[in-house]
Design a protein around this ligand. Structure first.
Ligand code: GCU
Length: 332
């Protein structure tokens, strides 16, 4: 009888132990992956990256850990794109401006004065067109995971710009993008392609007269200190994209192929979270602009019409499938 009791106790102990082993979260992750963002810690996209990392950790039972490197510590967007292509960085958030030369169809999503408002842009991105472009596997070595909000971009300068005419002859910083340079040149200004981190000092030293960006970037980078004149024309609504390197995808699949779907699902949830944060960040930026005394000029309907007309040559350059895509976006 004693032997039977000991045997039963042993069986119970073994069964409980093995159950505990199955349920306990892995102490050490199987994979530690790196995520790059060039914005500061409390910026909406960085916060969304942290949220994404926490969701992935939770849903992979601690087997995948993602470390978020913000403030551009892994390099500017161009160099991070090179790194992500060979797997030196696993995930990154990019402004589409940086990617327009690499993926010509992305340039369609960022044409000047394309969307009527934020709702229009999100209808396109969340709809068939946005989903197709996100999943476009012709992208070399990278995978699109989700779109993020980056609001609308307007001009700001260290000398007043109050209308289309004032833009003439000015030197304006743009991202390293030919599409952006072309837009500036059509306004009769000179485009200077420069990395985001160099804009503050270039404005301060008068190397450029102005730049263009969204409110939260203008405030968080303190550009308002050296360029207090804001021309709120909202020429671009430039969405941002989170990408995963193909090398990271392969590593994740090796651990558990079902984890790829978890990654995608977590990215989508972090996108919704970011859109919420974005609205709050925009409201805070507007408030701050007023508090610090920025001189804000909003073009009226007539002025806006002139600005849009000046951009028509860009639209006319597109033909065939891309032209068709633009028309589809305009009617969404
Ligand atoms: C935005 C965007 C950055 C980008 C910057 C730029 O702030 O979020 O990722 O680098 O624009 O103008 O370069």
């Amino acid at each position: 009888m004693r032997k039977v009791i000991i045997l039963l106790s042993l069986i119970i102990l073994l069964v409980t132990n093995s159950c505990i082993k199955v349920q306990a979260p892995t102490a050490e992750p199987d994979l530690i992956l790196r995520y790059a963002d060039n914005q500061p810690e409390y910026y909406p996209t960085t916060q969304a990256a942290q949220y994404f990392a926490s969701l992935v950790k939770e849903r992979t039972n601690g087997r995948i850990e993602i470390e978020v490197f913000y403030n551009g510590v892994l390099g500017d967007e161009k160099s991070v794109f090179k790194q992500i292509s060979f797997g030196g960085v696993d995930f990154s958030r990019f402004s589409l401006g940086t990617l327009s030369e690499l993926f010509p169809t992305f340039s369609i999503l960022q044409l000047p004065y394309l969307y009527r408002d934020s709702e229009h842009m999100w209808r396109v991105l969340d709809g068939e067109i946005g989903t197709k472009l996100l999943n476009d596997t012709s992208k070399p070595s990278v995978w699109g995971l989700c779109w993020l909000d980056a609001g609308a971009r307007s001009f700001y300068s260290n000398i007043p710009i109050t209308n289309t005419e004032d833009l003439k002859g000015k030197t304006i910083r743009v991202q390293e993008s030919e599409l952006m340079s072309r837009m500036i040149e059509l306004f009769g200004a000179t485009a200077v392609q420069m990395s985001y981190d160099d804009v503050y000092s270039a404005l301060k030293l008068g190397i450029i007269d102005g730049a263009e960006n969204n409110g939260p970037s203008y405030i968080s980078k303190e550009h308002y200190q050296v360029a207090p004149f804001v021309f709120l024309d909202e020429h671009f609504r430039l969405p941002e994209i989170v990408m995963m390197s193909d090398v990271a995808k392969t590593k994740i699949e090796k651990i558990d192929p079902t984890f790829i779907d978890i990654i995608k699902e977590c990215a989508q949830e972090s996108s919704l979270y970011e859109r919420q944060l974005w609205k709050e960040a925009e409201a805070k930026a507007d408030k701050k602009m007023k508090e610090v005394g920025c001189i804000i000029i909003k073009p009226d309907t007539e002025e806006l019409f002139k600005l849009k007309q000046t951009m028509s040559p860009i639209y006319e350059e597109y033909e065939g499938e891309l032209k068709e895509l633009i028309n589809q976006i305009l009617v969404q």
